[in-house]
Design a protein around this ligand. Structure first.
Ligand code: ATP
Length: 239
């Protein structure tokens, strides 16, 4: 690992009972990178993210975050360490307002003035969310909920933001908008690991990528090189 390695995953294996979902993968995310993790349904992408967040215990291998094993981090403490996930399905609190949802991302913080600044910054990134700050989050459109989920994650000042299928269930035009936002967040210096079904868009947005197939990493390269790789094109890019 180099000096600016933020996350290092070594020979990670994860099983659900007899089902081997992740079969010994290695991956790395450097400070400031946007890394895409692509692959077919059931390849083990979500399982990998859940394991990184301590929601699933690995059967073998090691996860190093800022050069320290995550094995001892308590489930509720990941966010405090800067490991934050926007889950598949967004995990919005539908009966709370938009602003209450955003503040949930900072519930553990006591720096009120900085929090107010961060809230302003989130509203600048997502003007559409700002317009609806008093609205019950459950009444938002899918795209708006995705924005709130990302805003809530940013409120916890992530060092590494894990995004699970941000485009899921959204109309193409909204997907474009969400990816524009991902680019903006990356431009602010937030390091991200992005799991995405839409492999083409993910690789067009990311710096580097990993391809997973049946629990293994089959390709890893610069995003541009993966986009140009014929095997990746045939299997994942519909070309
Ligand atoms: P998708 O894009 O469909 O979410 P994925 O690449 O994220 O796919 P995972 O959700 O990680 O894949 O699933 C990997 C494998 O593990 C699949 O075979 C899945 O059926 C299995 N699996 C996932 N969660 C569980 C669970 N809680 N119990 C048992 N098997 C599981």
């Amino acid at each position: 690992a180099s000096a600016n390695t933020l996350l290092q995953v070594k020979d990670l294996k994860v099983a659900y009972g007899g089902i081997h979902a992740v079969k010994g993968i290695n991956l790395e995310v450097k400070e400031g990178e946007l890394v895409a993790l692509i692959g077919a349904n059931g390849a083990g992408k979500t399982t990998t993210l859940k394991t990184l967040m301590g929601m699933v215990k690995p059967a073998a291998g090691e996860i190093l975050f800022k050069n320290q094993s995550t094995a001892k981090i308590e489930a509720h403490d990941y966010v405090r360490h800067g490991l934050v996930m926007v889950p598949e399905g967004r995990g919005i609190f539908g009966r709370l307002t938009v602003e209450e949802n955003l503040l949930m991302g900072a519930y553990w913080r006591d720096d009120k003035a900085q929090m107010a600044n961060d809230l302003e910054r989130v509203y600048q990134l997502f003007p559409r969310v700002k317009e609806r700050y008093k609205q019950l989050a459950g009444t938002l459109s899918g795209g708006e909920q995705q924005m709130v989920a990302m805003g809530r994650a940013l409120m916890s000042r992530p060092k590494l933001l894990l995004l699970d299928e941000p485009s899921m269930g959204l109309a193409p035009i909204i997907v474009q908008k969400i990816f524009e936002i991902i680019r903006m967040v990356a431009a602010e210096g937030v390091t991200m690991l992005l799991v995405e079904q839409n492999a083409k868009l993910a690789l067009q947005t990311a710096n580097r990528g990993y391809v997973m197939e049946s629990g293994k990493v089959t390709f890893s390269d610069d995003a541009a090189a993966l986009l140009a790789n014929e095997k990746v094109q045939q299997a994942y890019l519909g070309e």
